[in-house]
Design a protein around this ligand. Structure first.
Ligand SMILES: C[S@@+](CC[C@H](N)C(=O)[O-])C[C@H]1O[C@@H](n2cnc3c(N)ncnc32)[C@H](O)[C@@H]1O
Length: 240
């Protein structure tokens, strides 16, 4: 990585950290409202793709408020799920969500960076990441780290916003996403900024087919993706 790219990466990381610190207290409510309650269905679909076996161990990278972490913990019996995020405010909301669930024993949350996961090679049966590849400064490095810590035969799964292609639907969606959603987000958190990041991050994010190539390039087999809700979201899957 050149010095310029390194500086850009460090700046993006700092900016993203400040965005999630600012919106942590409203994140769950706004996530559900702004996705018209689709986020729950998308998370459940992603968890099914992860193929976590009963008694297995899962990692949820960039776990935020632990919504995907909780879905993993609920999916099968006697699992151990580790959620990792670099934002203490998001983890604090996550701890509250876990305390209200009946999965306290199954989940551990740790603070850490997705680009340098603090786990040994071949530790987990699967690794997931939800709505976060857009936010990391190096997408491929993050997928490579997930691949590294998953056991051979284990799956790496990403749930992320994507780029719909059907003509009229696409135009309506971008009108909502680029013009209306930042205003609703501003109303929700009380100030401008964080919800402008959402459309901007999607604009900068590669098409779902390119993300699929990244899965293959880091060494994952059978890389594929499923488009959800007309391509608003996509779930990528690869096997180590
Ligand atoms: C949009 S939230 C998604 C939270 C959760 N996965 C979900 O399904 O709702 C993105 C999360 O990624 C975290 N994040 C962004 N960059 C990170 C990094 N480099 N290392 C660890 N966490 C990061 C943020 O703190 C935030 O909690």
């Amino acid at each position: 990585m050149t010095i310029d790219r390194f500086q850009q990466a460090a700046e993006k990381e700092k900016y993203v950290h400040s965005v999630f610190t600012a919106i942590a207290h409203r994140y769950d409510l706004l996530n559900t409202a702004l996705s018209f309650n689709q986020d729950k269905y998308w998370r459940r679909f992603a968890v099914r793709q992860a193929g976590l076996p009963a008694g297995g161990q899962a990692l949820d990278v960039c776990c935020g408020t632990a919504m995907l972490t909780l879905e993993l913990a609920r999916s099968v019996e006697k699992v151990k799920v580790t959620g990792l995020d670099f934002c203490e405010e998001m983890l604090a909301v996550g701890r509250g969500n876990i305390a209200k669930s009946n999965c306290c024993e199954a989940i551990e949350l740790v603070q850490g960076n997705a680009l340098a996961l603090p786990f040994a090679d071949n530790t987990f049966d699967c690794a997931t990441i939800g709505f976060a590849l857009r936010n990391v400064p190096d997408i491929k490095q993050t997928i490579a780290e997930m691949q590294r810590v998953v056991k051979p035969g284990g799956r790496v799964v990403s749930l992320e916003l994507a780029k719909p292609s059907a003509p009229v639907f696409k135009q309506l969606y971008y009108l909502y996403f680029e013009q209306i959603l930042p205003l609703l987000g501003k109303l929700g958190v009380g100030f401008d900024g964080p919800y402008r990041w959402l459309p901007e991050s999607l604009r900068r994010f590669p098409h779902q087919s390119v993300i699929c190539d990244y899965f293959t390039e880091v060494g994952l087999k059978q890389a594929c993706y499923h488009e959800l809700t007309g391509g608003i979201a996509a779930v990528h899957v690869g096997v180590k």
